[in-house]
Design a protein around this ligand. Sequence first.
Ligand code: UDP
Ligand code: MG
Length: 312
Amino acid sequence: MKSVTICIPCYNEADSLPELYDRLRTLMESEPEYDWHLLVVDDGSTDSTPHIVRQMAHDDPCVGYIILSRNFGKECALMAAIDRADSDAVVLMDADGQDPPQLVHDMLRYWEQGYQDVYTRRRSRGRESWMKRMFSTLFYRLMSATSRIDMPENVGDFRLLDRQCVETLRRIRETERYNKGLFSWIGFKKKELVFDRADRTRGNTHWSFMRLTDLALEAITSFTTAPLRLATIIGAITALGAFCFTVFYIAKTLIIGDPVQGFTTLVSIMLFLGGVQLLSIGILGEYIARIYGESKHRPMYVIRETNNGKEQ
Ligand code: UDP
Ligand code: MG
């Protein structure tokens, strides 16, 4: 009998979890030929999520839980589940009910056909502001233009991964993490499913504009060094421009004998150069910050409590 673990990261999802659990039970009962497990990760919730999760595990032996010592963020919470899910395949799913459990049937069929990573792509982005859409399109363009991995747009974490993918992901221990990029990076035989994503019915999204920007920066710095290259190119162009400019003014002074003039030119050039330098230092800083983060070798997450066997 093949085993499948559904991994669910939760951060303040007390309102959504019971409903999701009922939907998942229906799913598991309709596919009795698999040995099902649920692995719920509480990512430092401040509401009653840990309590609900413990109760679920108490009532149903197929539920495992991991309670993290604080909020580590979705990327790390997901890894906590992936590290401990010991089955032939894992399904990664959000707790808020936006990922329809019925899609798992199709994932399983494709998995049986030999696909190793069955991922889902949203047909529409639902209720989102035009600004979020614009930034998201910009982000994907930048990523596809500058990094060597193919990161499809509108693809989330909702997917089925087979054991080989899971074991590969476990070997990647970077703490500055962007899972969506890593899923593409690991390769393997992929299959895409398209679905209509429902809007969140309970609770609120945890991704503020700042947090999304942070994740986008994480993604860019983990998967492409194009901004560094850009800084070099801008630097080179500016230097060339400055050289031509100097030659021109020296010639002008020698030929016409120009007295003190050109204050405006001087100030604008200085400001422009200052700006370019600060920008380049900023870009460098972003990369150095990541190197610093990685060099500390801190664990990705800390577990406070679990019923999932293996100790850390
Ligand atoms: N989540 C988490 N830790 C966090 C933020 C979110 O584990 O710090 C979980 C959250 O409980 C949910 C999933 O990640 O199950 C997706 O979060 P959300 O619904 O807020 O994101 P969106 O659907 O808006 O992308
Ligand atoms: Mg959501």
